[in-house]
Design a protein around this ligand. Structure first.
Ligand code: AMP
Ligand code: ZN
Ligand code: FE
Ligand code: FE
Length: 287
């Protein structure tokens, strides 16, 4: 059984449309995927529709950015995509993203690297973000690659970088749960914390409703994934895996990449499905 629970589409900053992504995942032998666009659920239904005839299951997903200078990403799974509060929150975050990108474009202009905001808008058919600015910088010939754009201008500490407005992890987790979903901490290794710093935080977030840890991800080398898995099991949390695929040649470039060590897919998917059912039942009872 093959699963990849962290995938981006053109609904945010991925290169493939949701339908193209579903076809590719089915061709490559995946049984379960989750579409987890940044602050948007717009790609999920299209991926599900395309997957229907392909024997592929598509879990409803989203990736929410929390924190400010240090970003903490929360994945939501299995929620009701029509839930008003979660969609309103995402719409608000998308509006903030537009302002943030406008500010980044202004800064780049002041640095003598003018890119057109209209072009950035065109490059983003979904949710605007730094990758769209990076592509515009490339097109203008200021950098040779996306990674050079991030290294020189767009990473924290670089002159074109503008942080997002802070959202607490507890708020993101609450919204996902109220919509009947399950919240999972994305790519913990990207927080660049040691285990002794990370575990107390994870423990605190768990008391706020965080249900799982994305143990398998390209950022977690073998020994890291091993340590994260032990942490998740110790804390009694779900274990998930996702490649964070954004398209060929883009950031993280293979469906299933970095997931070779995920040997417990079957059990972990059963546990995730049970947690989603439980959250759905709790959310329905509350309404
Ligand atoms: P944003 O949500 O606007 O802060 O942009 C974050 C996104 O930028 C991530 O989800 C990745 O798709 C992309 N990204 C981050 N770092 C890099 C990098 N070094 N090279 C290419 N893309 C990156
Ligand atoms: Zn992204
Ligand atoms: Fe992320
Ligand atoms: Fe992601």
């Amino acid at each position: 059984m093959r699963a990849d629970l962290h995938l981006h589409t053109t609904a945010s900053d991925g290169m493939l449309t949701p339908a193209q992504l579903a076809c590719k995942a089915a061709q490559e032998g995946f049984d379960w995927i989750a579409v987890t666009d940044h602050d948007s659920m717009a790609g999920v239904a299209q991926a599900q529709e395309a997957a229907e005839k392909l024997g592929l299951h598509v879990i409803t997903g989203v990736e929410l950015s929390c924190g400010a200078q240090k970003e903490i990403h929360i994945l939501g799974y299995g929620f009701d995509p029509a839930h008003a509060a979660l969609e309103q929150f995402c719409a608000h975050r998308r509006a903030q993203r537009i302002e943030r990108v406008e500010e980044m474009v202004k800064r780049l202009c002041a640095l003598g690297r003018p890119v057109s905001i209209e072009r950035v808008r065109e490059l983003a058919d979904g949710v605007m973000g730094r990758p769209h600015v990076a592509r515009a910088l490339m097109e203008a010939g200021y950098v040779a690659s996306m990674s050079e754009a991030f290294e020189r201008y767009l990473k924290p500490g670089k002159p074109g970088y503008v942080p997002k407005e802070d959202v607490k992890v507890s708020e993101a987790v609450r919204l996902v749960r109220e919509a009947g979903g399950v919240a999972v901490l994305a790519h913990p290794m990207e927080l660049r914390m040691g285990e002794t710093t990370l575990e107390p935080l994870v423990h605190e977030w768990k008391t706020q409703g965080l249900a799982g840890i994305e143990v398998y991800h390209p950022s977690a080398q073998n020994n890291h994934a091993y340590a994260l898995e032990r942490m998740a099991r110790r804390e009694g949390m779900l274990v998930t895996g996702g490649s964070d695929y954004h398209g060929e040649g883009a950031h993280r470039s293979g469906i299933g990449e970095g997931l070779d060590r995920w040997t417990t897919v079957q059990e972990d998917m059963v546990a995730l499905a049970a947690a989603i059912r439980e959250s759905r039942a709790r959310a329905t009872n509350r309404d």
